[in-house]
Design a protein. Sequence first.
Length: 312
Amino acid sequence: MDHITTPKPARPAPGATPSIIDGSQATFMTDVVEASRNLPVLVDFWATWCGPCKTLTPTLEKIVGSMGGRVRLVKIDIDQNRALVQQLASLGLPLQSVPTVAAFWQGQIADLFQGALPESEVRRFIEAVLKLAGSAAPAADVIADARKATEAGDHAQAADLYSAALNEDPERPEAWAGLARSLIALGDDDQAEAVLAEIPAALAEHADIAAAKTALAVAREGRQAAGERSALEARLAADPADHEARFALASALNATGDRDGAADALLEIMRRNRGWNEDAARLQLLKFFDAWGIDAAETMSARRKLSTLLFS
C-alpha cells in the first residue's frame, strides 16, 4: 500500500463563510465581535508600509486556510481604519506597532502577539486559541486517532490516518514521524525511508523526526540480526562472555518485539564489562530509548535499571 500522498490545502465546504476576509470599521462588530461568539477570530492589524507584515500575513493565511473553517482571519489595514484603531487602543489594545494579531473569542480579546513570528510559533498560538475555544486543528484530531490506532496495534490504519493528517497540514512533524514509524512497524523500511526523505527541510531537525530516523536505523539493524538469532544464542551458550554475540542478540530481540529482553542483554554486557567496545552497549541502549519513545514503559523500566547499574 502506498501511504505517501501529496499534501493538499484544506478547502472550505461549498457555501461556507469565508475563513479569510478583509475587515473594516464598518464591519468589525459583525466580522469579529459577533462572529467570535461561534468561532475564534484572529484580527491581523497590518499596513502597506510594514515590512514584517508582508511575511506574517501570508503565514496567517496559510495556517488559517488549513484549519477547515474552525478559525477566521480578519485583516485590518490600520491606515484605512484609523478611527477603529484609535477606539480599540482606547480600550487597551496595544496597536502602537504592527503587525499585531489579536485573537477574539466570545466577544473578548483572548490573546495577542506582535511582530512577525516564525510559522511554528504562529501555529502554536492559533492552536492554543482553538484549545481555549474547545476545538482543535483538523490535523490534530486525525493525529490523535492515529495514535489510538498505534496503541491498538493497527499500524496500517495508523499509517492511513497520519497520511490524512499530512494532507490537511504538511507542517506537522509528529505526523511525518508517526507515518514513518507506522511503516517501520509494518516492515516497510524502504517506504519509511522515502517518507523521511520527503520531510520539509524546516522540520528535518525536529526531535520527533530525529527519533523516527533512529527507529528506522535500529529496525533495519535488528531485522538483519533477527535471522541470526539461533546462531547468536548458541554462541552465548558456549561463551557467556561473547559480548559481540550478546550485542547483536539485543538487536534481534528488539526487532522481534522483545524490548525488555533487548535492554537486559545490553545491560548484561555493561555488568560484565562496562566500557566494552567504547561504551557501545550503553550507546545502543540510548538509541533504543529514542526509537521506543521517551514515555514507553520499556524505556522507563530500562532507564531505572541503567541508573541503578551506573550509580551502584
